[in-house]
Design a protein around this ligand. Structure first.
Ligand code: R5P
Length: 299
C-alpha cells in the first residue's frame, strides 16, 4: 500500500501513515502565479493499492481540485485501486434542494470522484446518512463518536449529572448513538432555527430534562453560532458546566473568538480538519481519529 497526502491536512495523513507503519509517498504540488495547480506523484504506483488523504475544508474548491488531479495522476500511473480518505467532506451540507432552483452540490462532487476513477471512499461523520447513497462505489462513513465516548467515560464515568444535548433536530440520531455507547445516559434536544438567507441561528426550546453538566454533540462547528446559541439557552435553563464535542473544526474566521467567549467550559474536536495555530484558543482540545482511519484502511 502507498499513501499520498494532499496539502490540506498533512498532519493527520502523517499520523495515519505512522499507524500503518508506512512513510508518506511524495506528491509535488506546484502553484502557478494565476493559482492553477500542477500535481505530480514522485513514486511508482503501478499495480499498487494507493491511498490519498485530503480534507476538503477551506479553501474547499482548491482542495477538491488538488484531490481530483492527484487521483488522475495515480490512475495514469496504473494503480490497482485508489482510496480517497476525505476526513471532512466539503459540500456535504448541500445534500438536497432546500429551495427550488438550488444545486445538489454533494452529488456533483460524488459524480466527479467516480468519473475520474476513485475506487473507494473513507470519510467521517457525514452530515446525513443519505449522502453515502450519492456514491455507487464503496463509501464508508466512520464516526468519531466512539473516540468521544471513550474520552467521556474516562472523564465523567460516575457522574449522574451529565446530559447529552443535540443542538438541533438533525443531530438526534447522533446523540442516541452516543447515549447507547455511554450506558444510556439521558439526552435532550434543542429546537434550532437557521435563517436560510442570513445564516443567523436562534433557539428557544429544549425537549427533555437537562442535568447540571451538559455535553453538546455536533458533527461540525463552522461559524460557532449553533454552539453559542445553544450554550446561552442551556445556561438559562440551569446548566452549570457545558462541554462541546464536535467532529469537524471547520472554523470560519470568527469562530475561535465566538467559542472562546461563549458560556462553555471546553470544546473537543478531532483532527479531521487541520487547525492552524492562529485559530487555536484556550478552550480548544483536539482528539485524533488517525488510528480509527488506519484500522479501516487495513480491511
Ligand atoms: C447543522 O445542521 C450542523 O449539524 C451544525 O450544527 C452546523 O453546521 C454548525 O454550523 P455553525 O457553527 O455555523 O452554526
Amino acid at each position: 500500500m502507498r499513501i499520498f497526502s494532499g496539502t490540506s491536512n498533512k498532519f493527520l495523513a502523517g499520523k495515519i501513515a505512522k499507524n500503518l507503519e508506512l512513510k508518506l509517498s511524495e506528491l509535488e504540488v506546484f502553484v502557478f502565479p494565476d493559482k492553477e495547480k500542477r500535481v505530480r506523484i514522485l513514486n511508482k504506483v503501478l499495480d499498487e493499492d494507493v491511498v490519498v488523504v485530503q480534507s476538503t475544508s477551506s479553501p474547499v474548491d482548491e482542495n477538491y481540485m488538488q484531490l481530483f488531479f492527484t487521483i488522475d495522476a495515480i490512475k495514469r500511473g496504473g494503480a490497482k485501486s485508489i482510496t480517497a480518505v476525505i476526513p471532512y467532506f466539503g459540500y456535504q451540507r448541500q445534500d438536497h434542494m432546500f429551495r427550488v432552483g438550488e444545486a445538489v452540490s454533494v452529488k456533483v462532487i460524488a459524480q466527479i470522484l467516480e468519473a475520474i476513477g476513485l475506487s473507494r471512499l473513507i470519510t467521517l461523520d457525514l452530515h446525513s446518512v443519505k449522502i453515502r447513497e450519492a456514491f455507487s462505489i464503496s463509501a464508508s462513513d466512520l464516526s468519531a463518536l466512539p473516540v468521544f465516548a471513550e474520552f467521556i467515560k474516562k472523564k465523567w464515568e460516575d457522574d449522574n449529572f451529565v446530559t447529552l444535548i443535540s443542538p438541533d433536530m438533525g443531530g438526534v440520531r447522533r446523540i442516541k448513538i452516543l447515549s447507547r455507547l455511554l450506558n444510556d445516559i439521558p439526552f435532550a434536544v434543542i429546537e434550532k432555527n437557521r435563517d436560510l438567507v442570513t445564516g443567523a441561528v436562534s433557539a428557544k426550546k429544549i425537549t427533555g430534562k437537562i442535568g447540571k453538566k451538559v455535553i453538546i454533540v455536533d458533527d461540525m462547528i463552522s461559524s460557532g453560532g449553533t454552539i453559542a446559541t445553544a450554550a446561552k439557552l442551556l445556561r438559562k435553563n440551569g446548566a452549570e458546566e457545558i462541554y462541546v464535542f464536535a467532529t469537524h473544526p471547520v472554523f470560519s474566521e470568527k469562530a475561535p473568538q465566538i467559542l472562546q467567549k461563549a458560556a462553555i467550559n471546553a470544546v473537543y474536536v478531532t483532527d479531521t480538519v487541520f487547525v492552524p495555530e492562529k485559530k487555536k484558543f484556550p478552550k480548544l482540545k483536539i482528539l485524533s481519529v488517525a488510528e480509527m482511519i488506519a484500522r479501516k484502511l487495513k480491511v
